[in-house]
Ligand binder design. Structure first.
Ligand code: AMP
Length: 278
C-alpha cells in the first residue's frame, strides 16, 4: 500500500494504473461503514484508491472541523489489512492553495434538509469530490447510503457535468442495536449513546407503519416526530419523507421514498435514513 500526500505524485501513480480504478472518498477515523465501501470497491476494481481528507470547506465556522476525530495511523493499518492499493492523504494547503477560488454549486437538491441546516456544506462537498475525481480519475466512486442527500448531490453533479464515472451506493452499516456507524458517534457519552437509538427506532416505526399499509407521509412523519420528542436528550432538526432523487417532500408514498432525519443528541448532530418501497 502506498500513501501519497501530493497531487503530483497521485497523478503520476494513477497514470501507471492499467484497468479499472475505484475511489473511496473519506474524512478518516475509519469504521466498518467505510470499510464496507472499501471492500465493495476492491471486489469491483483492479486498483482501489482511498482518500482521507477532512475537507475544511464543507464545515461551517461553528461546526466541528477543528475537533473532528482523527487517527491516521489506525486508519492506515485498517486499509493495509484490507489490501488497499493507494491512500491519498493530502493536506489542506495541497487541496486549497492560497488563491483557490473555484466552486462546484449543485442547485435545488442541495437546498433542503442538510442544505437548510448547513448552508454551504454541499458546495464544499461537491467541490472537493470533483477535485478528487479530477485528481484520481476513477472509473467508479463509492459513497454510503448513510449520507443519502450527499449521494443525491454527487449523482446530480456527475450527471449534469458529464463526469465519466459510475457512482456506486453502499448500504448503511449499523451497530447490532441499529445505530448507524458514524465517526461522530465517538462524541456520545454512554447516556447519549442510549438516547441515540431513537433515530433507528423512529425509522423502524416508519417502516412498520408503511408495511401495515400507511401511504400518507404526514401521519408517519408525525408519529416519528412524537417518538423522537419523547427522548429528553434529542432535539429534531428535521424529519423528512421525500423523493430520493429530488428530495422534494412527498404527500403520498406512491413510489420509493427516502425517510431521513437529523437529530441532535446533546451537542452531537446525527443523521440517518431508510428508503421505503425500494
Ligand atoms: P465520511 O468519512 O463521514 O465523510 O464518510 C465517507 C464515506 O463513508 C461516505 O460516502 C459515507 O456515506 C460513508 N459512510 C459513513 N458511515 C457509513 C455507514 N455507517 N455505512 C455505510 N457507509 C458509511
Amino acid at each position: 500500500m502506498k500513501v501519497i500526500t501530493t497531487i503530483a505524485e497521485m497523478r503520476k501513480l494513477r497514470s501507471k494504473q492499467a484497468g479499472s480504478v475505484g475511489l473511496v472518498p473519506t474524512m478518516g477515523y475509519l469504521h466498518e461503514g467505510h470499510l464496507e465501501l472499501v471492500r465493495r470497491a476492491l471486489l469491483e476494481n483492479l486498483t482501489v484508491i482511498v482518500s482521507i481528507f477532512v475537507n475544511p470547506t464543507q464545515f461551517a465556522p461553528e461546526e466541528d472541523f477543528t475537533s473532528y476525530p482523527h487517527d491516521p495511523e489506525r486508519d492506515l493499518a485498517l486499509l493495509e489489512k484490507e489490501r488497499v492499493d493507494l491512500v491519498f492523504m493530502p493536506g489542506a494547503q495541497e487541496m486549497y492553495p492560497e488563491g483557490s477560488s473555484s466552486w462546484v454549486e449543485v442547485e435545488k437538491v442541495t437546498e433542503r434538509l442538510e442544505g437548510d441546516f448547513r448552508p454551504g456544506h454541499f458546495r464544499g462537498v461537491a467541490t472537493v469530490v470533483a477535485k478528487l475525481f479530477n485528481i484520481t480519475q476513477p472509473h467508479r466512486a463509492y459513497f454510503g447510503q448513510k449520507d443519502a442527500q450527499q449521494l443525491a448531490v454527487i449523482r446530480k453533479m456527475v450527471s449534469d457535468l458529464n463526469m465519466n464515472l459510475e457512482v456506486v451506493a453502499v448500504p448503511t452499516v449499523r451497530e447490532p442495536d441499529g445505530l448507524a456507524l458514524s465517526s461522530r458517534n465517538t462524541y456520545l457519552s454512554p447516556k447519549e449513546r442510549k438516547a441515540a437509538l431513537v433515530l433507528w427506532k423512529s425509522l423502524s416505526l416508519a417502516q412498520e407503519l408503511w408495511q401495515k399499509g400507511e401511504r400518507s407521509a404526514a401521519p408517519i412523519r408525525q408519529e416519528m416526530t412524537s417518538l423522537i420528542e419523547s427522548e429528553p436528550l434529542a432535539k429534531i432538526d428535521y424529519v423528512s419523507i421525500a423523493d430520493p432523487e429530488t428530495l422534494e417532500e412527498l404527500e403520498e408514498i406512491d413510489r420509493p421514498a427516502l425517510v431521513s432525519m437529523a437529530v441532535k443528541i446533546g451537542k452531537t448532530r446525527l443523521i440517518d435514513n431508510i428508503t421505503l418501497g425500494e
